[in-house]
Design a protein around this ligand. Structure first.
Ligand SMILES: Cc1cc2nc3c(=O)[nH]c(=O)nc-3n(C[C@H](O)[C@H](O)[C@H](O)COP(=O)(O)O)c2cc1C
Length: 721
């Protein structure tokens, strides 16, 4: 609830706050600028002395004012109209005409009303309230995540966005809270939501005697210029008019002939509070304080941006509740997941461990740091993607592992799918790294096939036995939210060569989530809870969801999809696939695939509006039977969306070849492209991918490169099944 309030208020107000914060930062410089422009007020000079010096220079003085920043100005009319000058508060000497800065005036208008009158003022008032909510909820969340209010000064752990958000938020908290609180108060005053501040002074008239020299008036001589806010002179032609002397404590009325104080109206409590709020909001009493407020406010846009990044990341991470903050945990569960299902298992485990009396904390594997190792034990749940690769939330884990200070007992549970050759390959790499670095084992590592709840429960019993408690893990997977897509088109290839592949097009409903070529669609076949994933050829803007499905002998999902009739519906959901996407820019792309692996590659070509150089290598069995996208690719070549196409057919009577043979034939040409920073994307079956990888390794060797370097630089991506 608290997090949602924090995120919603943050997002809704981000833009407004940026405008208000930026102008606030500008205004925070005003006291420092004023300070430099006007001499400081020195104590020991009376208002009477200053008034005398000023009156000696001007025929008709209207008022002497002391600005918030400490500048003393005199408004007068010597016959040439009303003028205002700055004076030296010690001598009353004129220092030149007073010209308030247009820039600061504009900034102030913008800050108070966004230059939009009352509607702007309302928006500013709501922003101040929003900032107050953000500061308070942020402070509570930070304290909670660090282990309580007493731990507010502990270092913030986590990814870069989280650290910046936490550390900067902590530094700026006091200033932001103060600005938000006083800003809310001032807005409430503007809209008359608080009791009136005025304490009306009684109308008092002077006796009307001859005016005495102003320098001798006792009521003015008793007050120091340092305590003055405003002195209003009496009208010249009205002998009953009076001096009005405004100080922070109240307003005095002084008789111009006797110098006596005729009346004194103390400042009301509400007015005092209003003045305090104003002073604290503007920092006008101290340029250093104003700069402190300005710096705190300058943090707001950075907090907004880092908060947005954290929010996006959280959205990609399923909602899990860690029962204990990291600092108090005795068991830390680290999760390596891409599709989110492993987080669900982690949540089930966390709940069961908590019920067994453990204090459990959860984190993504990538977020591991020394704070987690204060716990007594670590449990790692890791999924596998690609060819034994890390899932999205564990990409940096192995790199970070070596730099940790302590080694605590650890249990590793891999999640994978036995139909992939590298079953739980990433979890195995994690186990190997932990063993090599001497981490003690809590229990032996185990692999879970296709999210089997039974295997998970069995592993739970083993873990419970090692911990000395009965651990019952009853995991019920949350079904993914699906949309219904109806079949609108089908082309079948490859039947003559014993490898049927169907290009299936489904109408994309209006409420379908966004998807791009290369993303995955998870299809849940009837009679199974496990989705099967297919690469997308189309993007949502194409209006269809298009996939290539190779018929797998005995395959539940592919058999069902191949038997679908026009109009029949599938239940499916979209899964982002950021690890198989062309890098941005104009660097050439080398696309290599075989069979149904053409799907995302044809999609990249189709979406190539910018005519970026794209070279496609593709292998099938027979040009006559399974040349998928033959006509579309010819069209793309003519449109320059595809720069070149090389095909290989393994059952060609005279020129039988595999795609890797074409790659090898083109070694020289490919080296030129790779020297020009080309990125290589490979999609298809495992054997093809391995053969292509070996060929590319040989191709790039003369360039002083190897596959591992290309992979680690994101220049060699694989989507392999
Ligand atoms: C595109 C893709 C590639 C996969 N690659 C592998 C693999 O190479 N080895 C494996 O054991 N499991 C593989 N899997 C299966 C996942 O690891 C398994 O479904 C896991 O439970 C997913 O966990 P997650 O939802 O938390 O990411 C793959 C799944 C997908 C969707």
């Amino acid at each position: 609830m608290l997090r949602r309030l924090h995120s919603v208020a943050g997002l809704a107000l981000a833009l407004l706050l940026v405008a208000i914060a930026a102008t606030g930062v500008g205004l925070s410089l005003q006291p420092a600028v004023d300070r430099l422009a006007a001499p400081a007020i020195a104590p020991g000079v009376s208002v009477a002395a200053l008034a005398k010096a000023v009156a000696a220079r001007h025929q008709r003085v209207d008022a002497i004012r002391v600005s918030g920043g400490g500048a003393v100005t005199v408004s007068f009319n010597d016959g040439a109209g009303k003028q205002v000058e700055i004076v030296d508060p010690r001598t009353g000497a004129g220092l030149g005409a007073y010209r308030p800065s247009e820039t600061f005036r504009w900034l102030a208008d913008m800050h108070r009303s966004l230059l939009m009158g009352d509607s702007g003022r309302i928006a500013v008032a709501l922003s101040a309230l929003g900032l107050l909510a953000l500061s308070l909820t942020g402070a509570v969340m930070l304290a909670r995540s660090l282990g309580g209010a007493g731990a507010l000064l502990r270092p913030v752990r986590g990814g870069a966005a989280r650290r910046w958000h936490g550390e900067l938020g902590r530094l700026a908290l006091a200033g932001l809270l103060l600005s938000a609180l006083t800003g809310t108060f001032l807005s409430a005053t503007t809209f008359g939501l608080l009791p009136g501040a005025e304490n009306p002074a009684p109308a008092v008239a002077a006796k009307g005697g001859p005016a005495a020299p102003v320098g001798r008036l006792a009521g003015l001589a008793a007050v120091d210029v340092a305590d003055l806010e405003r002195l209003t002179f009496p009208a010249r032609n009205d002998p009953t008019d009076v001096f009005t002397l405004r100080q922070s404590r109240g307003e005095a009325v002084v008789d111009p002939s006797t110098g006596r104080i005729l009346a004194f109206t103390p400042t009301s409590t509400m007015d005092r509070i209003g003045r305090l709020a104003n002073a604290l909001h503007t920092g006008r009493f101290s340029w250093a304080f104003a700069l402190f407020l300005g710096l705190s406010t300058a943090a707001a846009p950075v907090l907004g941006a880092t908060g947005f990044l954290m929010w996006r990341r959280r959205r990609a991470t399923p909602r899990v509740i860690a029962p204990a903050p990291t600092a108090d945990a005795d068991t830390v569960i680290l999760v390596g997941s891409e599709g989110g299902s492993t987080w669900g298992f982690a949540q089930t485990l966390s709940r069961a461990l908590s019920e067994a009396g453990q204090r459990v904390s959860l984190a993504a594997m990538d977020d591991i740091d020394n704070a987690h190792l204060r716990a007594q034990k670590l449990v790692i749940l890791a999924a596998t993607y690609g060819d034994g690769d890390a899932p999205a939330s564990a990409k940096k884990f192995l790199e970070k592992l070596g730099g940790l200070e302590r080694r605590i007992p650890v249990a590793v549970l891999g999640f994978g799918d036995r139909t992939f050759p590298s079953f739980c390959g990433y979890a195995e790499r994690v186990v190997a790294a932990l063993d090599a670095q001497g981490w003690p084992r809590l229990i032996a590592p185990k692999r879970i096939d296709r999210q089997s709840a039974q295997e998970f429960a069995q592993w739970g019993r083993d873990l419970g036995a090692a911990l000395g408690c009965a651990l019952t893990l009853e995991h019920v997977a949350e079904p993914p939210k699906t949309n219904a897509f109806a079949l609108v088109g089908r082309e079948t290839y490859g039947e003559a060569v014993g490898a049927p592949v169907a290009i299936l097009r489904f109408a994309s409903p209006g409420n379908a989530p966004r998807f791009e070529a290369g993303d995955l669609v998870g299809i849940v076949p009837p009679g199974s809870a496990m989705p099967r994933f297919y690469s997308l050829v189309s993007s949502r803007r194409d209006g269809v969801l298009e996939i290539c499905v190779r018929l797998q002998p005995g395959g539940l999902c592919s058999t069902w999809l191949h038997s679908l009739k026009a109009g029949e519906q599938i239940e499916a959901f979209i899964r982002d696939n950021p690890s198989f996407r062309p890098v941005e820019g104009r660097a050439p792309l080398i696309l290599i695939g075989a069979g149904a692996g053409i799907a995302p590659l044809a999609g990249f070509v189709r979406a190539n509006d910018s005519e970026r150089p794209m070279h496609l290598y593709w292998g099938g069995r027979s040009a006559a039977s399974d040349f998928l996208y033959e006509h579309e690719l010819a069209e793309r070549l003519a449109q320059r969306r595809l720069t070149s196409l090389r095909t290989a057919f393994s059952r060609h009577p005279a020129d039988a070849a595999y795609v890797q043979d074409r790659v090898a034939d083109d070694a020289h040409r490919l080296r030129v492209l790779i020297r020009a920073e080309a990125q290589i994307l490979v999609c298809g079956g495992r054997d093809m991918a391995r053969a292509v990888a070996e060929t590319i390794e040989a191709v790039v060797r003369p360039l002083g490169l190897d596959l591992a370097t290309l992979k680690s630089n994101g220049r060699y991506l694989e989507d392999v099944y």
